[in-house]
Design a protein around this ligand. Structure first.
Ligand SMILES: Cc1ncc(COP(=O)(O)O)c(C=O)c1O
Length: 419
């Protein structure tokens, strides 16, 4: 079972038993359901028959428009919608050949998916400044190593913006990645599910590889993160224009036809509405990125005040601290690698996802903290968090932040500066 899903169940059991655990091990964007979504879902109940495998013409048109508004002109025929991006990413792995380069660290399901497809994952470290894209030098070296071992790297998966680091690759890095992809004939799979979660709301600062290397980039995106309907399972993939892109899309559609048939009819109706970006969606995105930014920044301040190194979060709802500078005090408490770090953090009341689950080096003292679970437990708390000028001052969020600070202070022996 995916470690994040397993930890989510552990957290539910411990909390039900009265343990006031701060749960940061699950990347669920917790936001209230938009009223328009509820209405579309009810109306969409009429769509009870099997729909077209790639999605209805109407939803594909709206998704194409969503990409076009993000500087990526798209025809409806390039779009396939499905029950979440996870199965779409799996189908892309099944439909392509060769070893697959993954950033280290990266979202925990890419590695298993590559394995299920009978392929080999090659991990390449991310650079200092940002996550989601492997360092170009590391990528070149990995390709050369594979070649000298008689293997071929066929694809590189990137996450822009990134889970787990909560950052996004700067345009220069994306251009360099695309240069390597062009030179080495790689498919770029760009997972852009966090595209609409850039904290300052300026998603125009984000460059997609689809803008730079359009004939060799597949983009996936979905509604689970930006609009918090992960349980509704709505995802979309955009394939390159031209014969090679069409061939890949056809292979993915063939897999879809034999595995999930089509996006559920009511969800097709919701997706058509959401990707058209009506006013309520635009307002929600604007409010939610402020909230993501405020809480992720507060947690970042706490971990860095406690002595960890951590990239400044600029998107999504994660921080990825590195406790290397605290190796000695942590070793005194039994934390000597990523797995034992997560254990001692759990003893201190903090549930995190250990870095090795994300493909990171086992010996590194790194973990992922998902900050969106701090927004609240019910609709009242979530609305208050979205509306507050300073969500970190709300008592329920402040309480979790205090407990993170106290938990870390207990472990490291350092009292962090209050944010
Ligand atoms: C980087 C990344 N890609 C894909 C997914 C899966 O999203 P979906 O709900 O669309 O399957 C997640 C969810 O955690 C994610 O973090």
């Amino acid at each position: 079972m995916s470690p994040n899903l397993a930890l989510h169940e552990l957290a539910a059991a411990r909390r039900a038993a009265g343990d006031p655990l701060v749960h940061m091990a699950f990347g669920e964007a917790r936001l209230p359901l938009l009223p328009g979504f509820r209405r579309r879902l009810v109306d969409g109940a009429e769509r009870a028959g099997y729909g077209p495998v790639a999605g209805s013409p109407a939803v594909r048109r709206e998704v194409a428009g969503w990409f076009a508004r993000r500087r990526v002109p798209t025809d409806s025929d390039q779009i396939v919608v499905g029950p979440g991006t996870k199965p779409l990413l799996m189908a892309i792995q099944l439909a392509t050949a060769g070893d697959v380069v993954l950033p280290r660290p990266a979202w925990n399901s890419y590695g298993p998916q590559v394995g299920y497809a009978g392929k080999r994952a090659v991990r390449v470290d991310i650079p200092e400044e940002s996550g989601g894209v492997p360092s170009p030098d590391g990528l070149r070296a990995a390709i050369a190593d594979a070649r000298s071992a008689g293997r071929r790297v066929g694809a590189v998966v990137v996450t822009i913006p990134d889970n787990p680091t909560g950052t996004f690759a700067p345009p220069a890095l994306v251009r360099e990645l695309c240069e390597v992809a062009e030179a080495e004939d790689l498919l770029v799979v760009s997972d852009e599910i966090y595209r609409d979660t850039v904290h300052d709301g300026r998603s125009d600062t984000l460059l997609s590889p689809a803008e730079v290397a359009p004939t060799r980039t597949v983009v996936t995106t979905g509604l689970s993160k930006s609009l918090a309907v992960g349980g509704w399972r709505i995802g979309a993939a955009r394939f390159p224009a031209g014969p090679e892109g069409e061939e890949l899309r056809d292979r993915v559609v063939a897999i879809a036809s034999d595995v999930w048939t089509a996006l559920a009819g009511p969800m097709d109706a919701v997706a058509e509405y959401a990707f058209s970006e009506p006013a309520e969606v635009r307002r929600r995105l604007a409010a939610s990125v402020r909230l993501h930014g405020a809480v992720a920044t507060a947690v970042h301040d706490i971990v860095t005040s406690a002595g960890a190194a951590c990239r400044t979060p600029t998107a999504a709802f994660y921080v990825y601290p590195d406790f290397e500078a605290l190796r000695e005090p942590l070793a005194d408490r039994g934390a000597t690698d990523s797995a034992s770090l997560a254990e001692v953090l759990l003893d201190a009341g903090l549930l995190v996802l250990a870095g090795h689950h994300l493909g990171d080096h086992r010996g590194a003292l790194r973990c992922k903290m998902a900050t969106s679970l701090l927004y609240g437990e019910d609709d009242d708390e979530l609305h208050a968090a979205l509306d507050a000028p300073d969500p970190t001052a709300l008592p329920h969020i402040r309480d979790s932040l205090d407990r993170i600070e106290e938990g870390l202070a207990r472990l490291t022996g350092r009292v962090g500066a209050r944010v």
